[in-house]
Design a protein around this ligand. Structure first.
Ligand code: PLP
Length: 416
């Protein structure tokens, strides 16, 4: 719990100002004037740090980037228009046609589709393996994959990776490790266990209010002993390493954001900063409520899945590596699509939507929505069954949620 105290002190201080307007200013200008031709040249050369065109960043986004970097202990961050924008930026900045990336564990549907369908169109292949298949992970690292991507908690398969072990392996094989930490900000700090990039959909619990789409890549500093980016595998990035500690920021912007334009807008960054101020309070509440709700439903024999439950395959890992919880998700297996629909429709508290990490508790049938275009094999890999309902726990009373869901479950189970 100590970490919540630490972040509750840090984040409100970073989001606002002590003098003048206390709330972060929204600078919505798309373009920025230069004092002289000389200054324009210096800004474009990176010698003067001033905004020069909003596709490459704006002052409100820069404030959010500073806060996110401090939160992760990173050297910097680049905010994006969405979580998918952040993932696409990270992959396309570091990889090129002919490269292979490795996806470890379960993935949110959009990430899986990006790796499985879209990146191959650009000549970047993706392989997938289970979080515990270390033989395959090591084989892929030996064969030279360029980037390893993993979710800190599989959405929605709820498998927990051993991030420290993955970090050690990626360091040994000089391979970049990117962790999608969307569901576990504050309770997991991937840069501390060997990740190079931390990816966020800030649309989720960082904002909490469902009012702003956004994403971010937070990165470590470049340099020092064992610098992976000096490996021959990353030779095409060499010229940008001259930028020193913050070189990953330049790689992300100059090799992806400049040309694909997945840039964050200032108002979304402002709304995200408003969420970030209260993230530690909400994160603590949601983590405690999710485990409590899972326990209450399990005690009533609802088929609920969450790592805090003893029967979960990563329960021991949960206890050892996730002492403050693993985010807002749990799943309920209703057996059939009809029962899953009834469960969702009978609940009075669930909001049915495709988001997660909201202040309200959300529910969604997986197979008929996000995963509807996926074939049977892909659904099997991702743990999607006909009866699977994903719940994202919000700020409501976990006891009230359990009562509501139990009623809905009983009605759903009464169906033939
Ligand atoms: N990563 C995870 C774990 C997600 O759950 C999502 C969205 O649900 C994303 C990335 C994509 O984020 P966005 O919807 O902001 O593009």
């Amino acid at each position: 719990m100590k970490r919540f105290e630490y972040f509750s002190t840090l984040l409100p201080q970073l989001a606002g100002e002590k003098e003048g307007p206390v709330a972060p200013p929204v600078v919505s200008s798309a373009a920025f004037g230069y004092a002289s031709a000389q200054e324009a040249e210096a800004i474009f050369a990176g010698e003067v740090q001033k905004p020069f065109y909003a596709r490459m960043g704006n002052p409100t986004g820069a404030r959010l980037e500073k806060a996110l970097a401090a939160m992760e202990g990173g050297a910097g961050a680049v905010v994006t228009a969405s979580g998918m924008g952040a993932i696409a930026m990270a992959v396309t900045a570091f990889c090129e046609a002919g490269d292979t990336i490795l996806g470890v564990g379960g993935f949110f549907g959009g990430t899986y589709a990006l790796m499985n369908e879209t990146l191959p169109r650009l000549g970047i292949e993706a392989r997938f393996c289970d979080v515990d298949d270390f033989a395959r992970i090591e084989e892929s690292l030996r064969e030279g994959v360029k980037l390893v991507l993993v979710e800190s908690v599989g959405n929605p398969n709820l498998k927990l990776p051993d991030l420290a072990k993955l970090g050690r392996l990626c360091r040994e094989y000089e391979t970049l490790l990117a962790v999608d930490n969307t569901l576990t900000p504050l309770v997991v700090q991937p840069l501390k266990t060997g990740a190079d990039l931390v990816l966020y959909s800030t649309t989720k619990i960082i904002s909490g209010h469902s009012a702003a789409l956004g994403g971010a890549v937070v990165f470590r500093g470049v340099g020092g002993e064992g610098e992976k980016l000096l490996s021959a595998r990353y030779a095409s990035l060499r010229p940008l390493l001259e930028k020193g500690k913050g070189a990953i920021g330049a790689i992300l912007k100059k090799r992806a954001m400049r040309d694909f334009g997945m840039s964050a807008n200032a108002f979304a960054s402002f709304l995200t900063l408003l969420g970030l101020e209260t993230l530690p309070l909400r994160m603590r509440r949601v983590n405690e409520s999710t485990a409590k709700l899972a326990g209450l439903l399990h005690a009533e024999r609802v088929r609920v899945r969450h790592p805090s439950l003893e029967g979960h395959e990563h329960h021991l890992r949960y206890e050892a590596h996730f002492p403050d919880g693993c985010g807002p998700l749990l799943t309920v297996e209703c057996g059939t699509r009809a029962r899953a629909f009834a469960f969702l429709n009978e609940s009075k508290l669930l909001t049915q939507t495709a988001n997660v990490g909201d202040n309200r508790t959300l529910g969604l049938h997986m197979a008929s929505t996000i995963y509807r275009d996926f074939d049977e094999l892909d659904r099997k890999i991702l743990g999607i069954t006909e009866g699977l309902v994903r719940i994202s726990v919000g700020l409501e009373s976990p006891v009230a949620l359990a009562e509501d869901m139990l009623e809905a479950w009983k009605k759903a189970m009464a169906l033939k």
